[in-house]
Design a protein around this ligand. Structure first.
Ligand code: ADP
Ligand code: ZN
Ligand code: ZN
Length: 821
């Protein structure tokens, strides 16, 4: 008897055994996909992780349907890495598999259920079962019948689906077998019968009376001739010919019908850059050269090195030099970025040096593009020797990884929040590098406390640069005391006189300005002056944000929206006022203070769509905009050369977040935003408006005192038992029934605090304690450094199992977040 052990792309922690024939047994290798039946009538794309002869004891093994690959498309290192992720981050291996593979590689022909686009759903009107299905669809675009059976934990689910369809919430669709098709490019060439000279004159004769056709044929000859002189093969695409001859597809079609032209197709890699190699070689400054040498030295005895270099110290160029060296070894290189939106700028910079060896992988790419990169990496193609990507690029099938860069390693977007696997890409990258015997460089101007701690305690190498490239001065940071300014009536809207003066000044010199406000919309609160009523979301425990452009109140958690009320819903008074402010309001105020300036805004509301972000960045770079207002999107490693002034509109709302990382984050955010100022030649200026100019964190930002921030935070972390001294596992419990949730979370908390010999906190009501009509409670476990994480997690898992075994708590959903960020 022959068997394979497979992972299914479902939220299941177990692997499953299937029967194969002897021939299949000989053929199948670990890392190939097989289609297998599962449950009553479903077929899934499973991944083979073992081939063996052990009959399963608890069930009769079914036969596989078919083998889908000719050779493995997942490597053994990947499988081991995924198993590590599942175990470390306490999630199902099936979750990792599903999250790691481009979805087109997991296809099966099944009914898919998805939410109708643009439907606003009043979840108050849903039954419990209906709600669970709806809720699951907030995490995933679509669900299979099988998933819904699992979610509702019952077989007969069709009535529920039917009701949701009737309520106009769901649509059913038959998933189309989307086979991967390489993109084909259409070319034209002359029909062979005209190849000879005689043929040519014949041709011209034929075209005597067809001027437009003649024109395009002549143009074709010219293009061929010029291609030849450049030594390139004479391949002319239909597209190019039409463009250059200023002609139309119809005319080409006519020529093909006349058998003068013929068309043919060639495969082209979709994700293709025709970048030019930069001629003049990159030369590192002396400071950069020293850092470069120190990093290499550190790599001789350590696997991980932190490059802590102030903003604009030229870290990217050091990465480039290192990439160059690793490229020469023939190994693969992975460059992780916190944000897809940043890739455009970086790809441009890397392409200039490495041409077509740079591939990009991210979730905004479509399935075909992602599979292309997947295959290139799998085949160790030159085209993907350097892969740039956001965190999911970590899952590509690398064979021979030599070097990983984690740029802006402090960014919290490296941690996946939802759905599982809730992994941290930086930490998972270090583990992955270890199995490839690869080196890791973490780069940041504001390293996370954990990373700096690891560097200081000698676990990682540490290389620091305290000077900007070209000896540009660090920006000069000036604090503006808002309390004083309001008292003296020196404020225009949310702008202090100092800030207005500096903006005026910068604009008059033709320089650009960045204004930072970490909140979008016009204002987060609308309040009735008469009775104090504040409109809240029906489904979430938050006030509705006013969006003036759309004249709407919107919930930033569930998308609920309504027209802005003209009077108070509680007392009918028409005296409504706004409290707090977001980027939209700043933009409005700017328009009235600087009516002649070109102003842009960059936040979630203005960067939707595939290239939304790039468009704004480009117009700012090209100086079509003079002032750019934005949220934390501005803080992420962008390089503008003409920005002399940065204004932080209000430093305080970041500082007082109820989160143990609030000060660290505020420091990082402000330092990074400030770092956009004065990146070439002239010293930049930063104005920080705050009610707390004396606050330690603000002082540390002003004095560029990373070490001061680090020491203070580390001290607090020790006292209050947080990372790096303790590992945090956060459990989030959700349920629509407030009392049931309360009861259940107390039950779980008590079991945990009795069985775990370490701090367990909770069950706490988070700051936003209800989202989409679900109440939320959290429990936090703090695992001390000297305690086995593995055993602790096993204990936690056991307690969760008993929790789920209690009938009345089964409907409480629990998610686990290890190393919660
Ligand atoms: P960081 O990533 O440390 O914030 P960058 O790598 O973006 O800094 O460099 C800041 C600026 O200095 C960029 O405009 C970059 O092109 C320029 N620069 C850095 N190093 C060099 C170099 N060796 N030669 C030329 N320009 C450089
Ligand atoms: Zn009122
Ligand atoms: Zn809401």
């Amino acid at each position: 008897m022959y068997f394979v052990e497979v992972i299914l792309p479902l939220s299941l922690a177990k692997t499953f055994t299937y029967k194969v024939s002897e021939a299949e047994f000989q053929y199948i290798k670990k890392g190939m996909r097989v289609a297998v039946p599962f449950g009553k009538s479903k077929i899934y794309t499973a991944l083979v992780i073992e081939i063996h002869k052990n009959k399963p004891e608890l069930y009769e093994a079914k036969e596989i349907h078919q083998i889908l690959d000719e050779r493995p498309i997942v490597t053994e290192i990947q499988i081991a890495h995924w198993q590590w992720i599942a175990s470390y981050y306490m999630c199902a291996i099936g979750d990792v598999y599903r999250g790691a593979m481009p979805s087109a590689l997991l296809l099966e022909s099944e009914t898919l259920i998805s939410q109708k686009t643009d439907s606003f759903v009043d979840t108050g009107l849903l039954s419990d079962d209906e709600f669970l299905v709806y809720e699951a669809l907030q995490q995933q675009n679509s669900l299979k019948v099988q998933d819904i059976i699992a979610i509702l934990n019952k077989k007969n689910i069709f009535p529920v689906i039917q009701k949701l369809v009737d309520k106009n919430i769901l649509v059913l669709q038959e998933e189309i077998q989307e086979n991967y098709k390489p993109k084909l490019v259409r070319y034209v060439r002359l029909h062979p019968k005209y190849e000879s000279n005689q043929g040519l004159s014949e041709l011209l004769e034929t075209l005597k009376n067809a001027n437009k056709q003649k024109e395009i044929v002549m143009r074709y000859f010219q293009l061929c001739a010029s291609e030849k002189t450049q030594g390139a093969a004479k391949r002319i695409t239909v597209k190019r010919l039409i463009e250059e001859a200023n002609s139309t597809a119809a005319i080409i079609k006519a020529l093909i019908e006349k058998e003068i032209f013929e068309d043919y197709f060639l495969q082209e890699d979709r994700v293709n850059f025709n970048g030019k190699i930069k001629e003049d070689e990159l030369r590192l400054s002396e400071t950069q050269q020293t850092a470069f040498a120190e990093i290499k030295e550190s790599f001789t005895h350590k696997e991980v090195c932190l490059l802590h270099g102030v903003t604009s110290s030229g870290k990217t160029e050091i990465y480039i030099k290192l990439i160059e060296e690793f490229l020469a070894t023939g190994k693969q290189i992975l460059y992780l970025l916190p944000e897809i939106a940043l890739t455009t700028q970086l790809v441009g910079r890397l392409r200039a040096y490495f041409g077509n060896k740079v591939a990009v992988f991210h979730s905004k790419y479509n399935n075909n593009e992602r599979i292309e990169v997947w295959n290139q990496v799998l085949q160790k193609s030159q085209k993907a020797q350097v892969v740039i990507g956001a965190r999911s690029a970590l899952f590509l099938p690398f064979h021979d990884l030599g070097f990983i860069i984690v740029d802006e390693e402090h960014e919290q977007t490296f941690k996946q929040v939802d759905p599982a696997p809730r992994y941290h890409a930086r930490d998972a990258a270090i583990v992955l590098a270890h199995s490839h015997k690869a080196k890791v460089l973490l780069g940041s101007a504001t390293p996370s406390i954990e990373t700096y701690f690891n560097a200081k305690s000698d676990k990682f190498g540490l290389v620091e640069i305290s000077k900007r490239f070209g000896n540009v001065m660090m920006p000069n940071i000036e604090l503006v005391d808002l309390k004083d300014k309001y008292f003296r009536k020196k404020m225009t809207g949310h702008f202090s006189d100092v800030l207005i003066e500096e903006i005026t000044n910068a604009l008059s010199l033709g320089e650009q300005v960045i204004l930072f406000q970490n909140r979008r919309g016009y204002s987060p609160i609308i309040e009735c002056i008469t009775c104090g009523h504040v409109p809240h979301c029906q489904q979430c425990d938050v006030s509705l944000t006013y969006h003036k452009n759309k004249n709407q109140l919107r919930c930033h958690y569930c998308g609920y929206n309504m027209a802005k009320p003209t009077h108070c819903h509680a007392c009918s008074s028409i005296d409504l006022t706004t409290k707090g402010f977001g980027t939209e309001q700043i933009e409005q105020e700017l328009i009235s203070i600087f009516p002649n300036s070109k102003i842009g805004r960059m936040d979630q509301d203005t960067t939707r769509g595939k290239f939304g972000f790039e468009k704004i960045i480009d117009s700012f770079k090209n100086r079509e905009l003079e002032i750019l207002v934005g949220t934390q999107m501005l803080a992420k490693g962008l390089d503008f050369d003409n920005v002399s002034l940065v204004g932080i509109m209000n430093a305080d709302n970041m500082l007082f977040h109820p989160d143990f990382r609030a000060f660290e984050r505020s420091f990082q955010m402000m330092t990074q935003v400030a770092g956009r100022a004065g990146r070439s030649e002239k010293q930049g200026k930063v104005i920080v408006q705050t009610y707390n100019p004396g606050h330690n964190t603000i002082q540390q930002v002003t004095n560029n005192d990373y070490l001061g921030m680090y020491k203070e935070q580390l001290y607090d972390r020790k006292i209050y038992k947080y990372p790096p001294y303790f590992r945090i596992v956060k459990l989030t419990l959700k349920q629509r029934d407030f009392d049931k949730l309360k009861e259940g979370s107390i039950w779980l908390y008590q079991v945990m605090s009795q069985n775990l010999n370490m701090p367990v906190l909770g069950p706490e009501e988070p700051a936003i304690s209800r989202i989409r009509n679900e109440y939320i409670r959290t429990i936090i476990v703090k695992i001390p450094q000297n305690v086995s994480i593995g055993n602790t997690k096993k204990t936690i898992q056991k307690m969760l199992n008993s929790f789920e075994a209690v009938a009345q708590y089964r409907s409480i959903r629990v998610t686990l977040n290890v190393d919660f960020y």
